[in-house]
Design a protein. Structure first.
Length: 192
């Protein structure tokens, strides 16, 4: 059995918001399953947009030329056997914080035709204020995650999403809280 290392990447500006609450439940599940886990809050980090300079494509070993707070995150991505993307729905998609992180992951090229998330296990957590995952726009974001994972060759182990408007409201939804902790266990155990 490989020692599993789960990287949880949180895209909400609220460190105690609904998506973070679900992420914390997932972390409990990961720990119960005996794996290492680290949570990274993107809010407050200085991560510039990808400038499409393609320096990383021309020289994959050199990595990204933008020297900001994304640099230490590349090492964390490399070390992880699983990545969990956590985001509120913002304007029918993921938050800008998480989008920047995903865009900048482009510079990590672990091998030929390999991208940062290639061969990783992936979990997804999303919250939204609308009562419906489709009219909320969360479904758009989930579809994008499916496309990303298909393209890079990453395996989605599970998706947890729930409706909650105000911070903390998600705690009332016992089903989704349990689903988050179950996904924590599953992401460790699947394929291991
Ligand atoms: C800028 C902004 C845009 C939002 N856009 C949507 C949206 O398109 N659809 C939706 O259902 N909720 C939307 N919401 C509500 C949040 O997705 C919802 O409150 C979510 O539970 C917040 O998660 P958090 O507490 O982890 O930040 C938006 C909230 C903000 C602040």
């Amino acid at each position: 059995m490989t020692k599993q290392n789960v990287l949880v990447v949180l895209g909400s500006p609220k460190k105690n918001g609904n998506s973070a609450i679900l992420a914390n439940k997932l972390v409990e599940g990961v720990k119960e399953a005996g794996a290492d886990v680290e949570s990274v809050y993107l809010q407050g980090l200085k991560i510039a947009p990808c400038s499409a300079c393609d320096a990383c494509v021309k020289n994959p070993k050199a990595g990204c030329v933008i020297k900001d707070d994304m640099i230490p995150l590349y090492k964390k991505i490399e070390k992880a056997t699983a990545i969990v993307f956590v985001s509120p729905t913002y304007w029918f998609n993921i938050s800008a914080q998480l989008k920047l992180f995903i865009d900048r992951s482009y510079a990590l090229r672990p091998g030929e035709n390999k991208y940062a998330f290639s061969d990783k296990k992936v979990g997804i957590i999303m919250t939204f204020a609308d009562t419906d995952p489709f009219t909320s726009g969360a479904a758009n974001a989930l579809h994008s995650f499916q496309d990303i994972c298909n393209f890079v060759g990453a395996k989605i182990i599970g998706i947890v999403y729930g409706s909650a408007e105000h911070p903390g409201e998600i705690e009332k939804n016992e089903t989704v809280m349990k689903a988050a902790s179950d996904l924590g266990k599953k992401i460790v155990e699947e394929g291991n």
